[in-house]
Write a protein that binds this ligand. Structure first.
Ligand code: SF4
Length: 424
């Protein structure tokens, strides 16, 4: 059901993981399978899981859904009618705001103009297009299924379908990638004047084919100094062109084109994930009838001893779904929640996540509510790195809100490590 906003209910985001790909990319560690015959069963299963999820939040009426994100995998492998069935289920069982951001990840080479037009009619109003590059050699290295021309076809089909809120994913810092090659990708993207760009560095994730090739000496990854140079250059070039660098990898032409869904994650809002391997995060799930549905009884308060003064009580719950699609289907077939596990975050975990996620963004971290030792550490770090790693904005500083500069973002991991060492 679509309803108007209310102050008395908390915003909720929904993530729907569509775990199918035409082919596995050698760098990817997201869960997906290449068996399209499972798609019909998946669609039935995910609709059932959405219904179960709504039941857990009191028929969905205790929260207003303001973003829905179909991610993957490759959601654009679903047919229009399969996508419609999933979205209709969401609208039937959750309260969705009329201006909700409904995003779908689409991959060039899997969609045509008619498909894009049809999903626009379904209410999808934001597209994230997995281009990765316009360079044929880079696309080939990444084993992508699409060509440079298909990226442009997808973009023009999206614009003709009426999508004004859309963005591209681009990847850089590939082994031996030259500055010129990345600049050409950036120039091509800039010429398109898209509302949103996500620029990611290639990372070699353990367990992926690329990681094995790297370990076996087939290629050397881009070295850390070069990665920092790429990052700083990317940020500078895009900001000079009018983009706001609002999160480590995210750039938007204006506030209205920021990803509301991802911002909700970074601000630690509640979200429910559906589909194999999807995660859910429910802040402050109380003990009692609702909490018991999540398996929450009394929070252990772990970490309260490590940092005296932090009360241990029922904390936020994080849950993760089974990653095996058949096990996920089997669990749903008997009416069970397909969770593989869940944890109640301790106050220390909660505080760490708040710092880590806040520092990724241009919103930064408000240290006022943090434990005094962490606040003192943040004060010290910010004082030492003021104007270099932390923004020198006196209003922010007085308010104890710390934001990293571009150079600071290149040291994000080290800064977080320093904080973790202090806490743990
Ligand atoms: S298409 Fe996307 S989700 Fe699928 S394997 Fe490639 S990177 Fe991973």
């Amino acid at each position: 059901m679509k309803i108007s906003g209310s102050n008395s209910v908390k915003p909720l985001s929904l993530y729907i993981h569509v775990p199918f790909c035409k082919k596995k990319c050698p760098y990817c560690d997201f869960f997906s399978v290449i068996d399209p015959f499972l798609i019909p069963a998946y669609v039935d299963g995910v609709c059932k899981e959405i219904q179960l999820g709504a039941g857990m939040t009191g028929s969905g009426c205790q929260a207003l859904v303001h973003t829905v994100y179909l991610g993957g995998g490759t959601p654009s492998l679903l047919s229009v009618s399969q996508t419609a069935k999933i979205l209709e289920t969401v609208y039937q069982v959750f309260a969705v705001t009329p201006d909700a951001e409904i995003t779908m990840e689409v991959n060039p080479g899997t969609v045509d103009a008619a498909y894009l037009s049809a999903i626009r009619q379904l209410g999808i109003n934001r597209l994230s297009i997995g281009a990765q590059s316009f360079d044929s050699a880079k696309l080939s290295f990444l084993s992508r299924i699409h060509t440079r021309d298909q990226v442009f076809e997808t973009l023009s089909g999206a614009v003709r379908a009426g999508f004004s809120n859309l963005g591209l994913d681009l990847m850089y810092a590939l082994p031996q990638e030259t500055s010129d090659a990345w600049q050409t990708d950036l120039d091509t993207a800039l010429a398109l004047q898209l509302p949103h760009l996500s620029c990611y560095m290639l990372t070699l994730e353990p367990g992926t084919p690329f990681y094995g090739q790297y370990k076996n000496g087939y290629f050397s990854p881009c070295d850390p100094d070069r990665r920092s140079d790429f990052f700083v250059h990317t940020s500078r070039v895009l900001e000079n062109d009018g983009y706001c660098h609002y999160e480590v990898s995210s750039f938007a032409k204006s506030r209205q084109y920021r990803s509301n869904h991802n911002t909700h994650y970074w601000e630690r809002g509640a979200y429910m994930g559906f589909g194999p391997s999807a995660h859910s995060f429910l802040p402050g799930v109380p003990p009692g009838p609702v909490g018991q549905r999540f398996g929450v009884r009394t929070a252990p308060g772990a970490g309260a001893e490590a940092l005296p003064g932090i009360a241990g009580d029922a904390g936020p719950v994080r849950a993760w779904n089974m990653g095996d699609i058949r096990a996920w289907l089997d669990r749903l077939a008997v009416g069970g929640l397909p969770w593989e596990g869940h944890e109640i975050l301790s106050p220390v975990q909660e505080m760490m996540e708040r710092i880590m996620l806040g520092l990724r963004t241009d919103i930064g971290v408000d240290v006022n509510g943090l434990h005094r030792e962490i606040r003192a550490l943040m004060d010290r770090l910010a004082g030492q790195g003021l104007g270099v790693f932390f923004h020198h904005n006196s209003a922010d500083f007085r308010a104890h809100r710390f934001r990293l500069t571009r150079s600071g973002l290149t040291c994000l991991d080290s800064i977080v490590d320093a904080i973790v060492r202090k806490i743990m």
